[in-house]
Design a protein around this ligand. Structure first.
Ligand code: TLP
Length: 339
């Protein structure tokens, strides 16, 4: 089976497993795990922030980000296709008692005018607008990079209006790899940033939330409350550290394979969006049926935005897998198999 459902499906590489075996560990809830501390310092430095906190998942680091930047009953502005809104099981309401306000935007980009218009006047009738969440790269837009200038502009508007900014950077290093712009340049415009080691970077588990010392202190408390305090977590943190140290620069390979995949699919007669990073959106008439047919041909993918399927390139998908995926899709379009 060729698994292009997500970059989360990768298995730990040999060197990563060795790092896990050899990691010095301690009880991280007591703040005594040297590997977790090293990872948190490494990532804080990479993102240009004072501190970082290690947590099990990107959902948790996003939700801690929402929690530490808001109070009950306040309003969070975000893109209508954002992961926090679409794929996190209603957690902002469940865990932080905040109200979500979704906004439109081309390619997952929120523009300053849209945010400005959405901010509520100060009046007892209205919720307080408190936080803007931005996503880079943008998942449902098909791995689009949030251009740095646009990001800086919307963040400046948010700041001017007294709002905090959280960046869902689950695939922020894909944006870095695609543009050559260091990840920290986007982070400079955000109060809190979530990054994942378990997507394109290939770790089995683990995300980090970065921000200033005080905010990350609060985040540590929220992590405990959300059930994310872990004990000898160095065993898994070592994999994340290995991922950040060794797998960032190679993301360009995934992007090249995504371009080859899109080109191959177009050659076979499909409408495939030109990828900027490692996600390829392909328009198909009946996505669920198409995915079944593709699976019968040995290729796994997921639904994308409505009317599209998503294929994702990653560390464990080589050139031959991409060619085989194109061949499988070509067989379907040629009607040579039963659908
Ligand atoms: N996204 C997953 C699915 O949940 C859709 C995927 O396969 O793409 N932010 C963004 C932008 C994400 O794409 C994801 C994972 C997360 C946060 C959540 O990360 P985890 O899965 O670690 O909770």
């Amino acid at each position: 089976m060729i698994d292009l459902r997500s970059d989360t499906v990768t298995r730990p590489a040999e060197g990563m497993r060795r790092a896990m075996i050899e990691a010095p560990v301690g009880d991280d809830v007591f703040g005594e795990d040297p590997t977790v501390k090293r990872l948190e310092e490494y990532v804080a430095d990479l993102l240009g922030k004072e501190a970082a906190l290690y947590a099990p998942s990107g959902t948790m680091t996003n939700q801690i980000g929402v929690h530490v930047n808001t109070n009950r009953g306040e309003e969070v502005l975000l893109h209508e296709g954002s992961h926090i809104f679409v794929y996190e099981a209603g957690a902002p309401a469940m865990l932080s008692s905040v109200q979500i306000r979704t906004l439109p935007g081309e390619n997952g980009v929120l523009d300053p005018g849209t945010v400005r218009a959405a901010v509520r006047p100060v009046d007892v009738h209205f919720p307080r607008s408190r936080l803007v969440c931005l996503e880079n790269t943008h998942n449902t837009a098909g791995g689009k990079v949030f251009p740095l200038e646009d990001f800086a502009a919307v963040a400046a508007t948010a700041k001017e209006l007294g709002l905090k900014v959280h960046l869902d950077g689950a695939r922020l290093f894909n944006a870095q790899a695609a543009t050559g712009i260091p990840a920290r340049e986007w982070c400079a415009h955000a109060d809190t940033v979530s990054v994942c080691s378990s997507k394109g970077l290939g770790a089995p588990v683990g995300s980090l939330l970065a921000g200033d010392e005080e905010t990350i202190g609060e985040a540590r408390r929220a992590r405990k409350a959300f059930g994310g305090g872990m004990r000898q977590a160095g065993v898994i943190a070592a994999a994340s550290l290995y991922a950040f140290e060794n797998h960032i620069d190679r993301l360009t390979e995934d992007h090249e394979r995504a371009r080859n995949l899109a080109a191959g699919l177009r050659g076979a007669g499909y409408e495939a969006q030109e990828p900027e990073t490692n996600l390829v959106l392909v328009a198909v008439e009946r996505p669920a049926e198409f995915l079944d047919a593709l699976a019968r041909e040995g290729v796994l993918a997921t639904p994308g935005k409505p009317g599209f399927i998503r294929l994702c390139t990653h560390l464990d998908a080589g050139d031959e897998d991409i060619e085989a995926a194109v061949d499988a899709a070509a067989r379907i379009i040629a009607g040579s198999i039963e659908r």
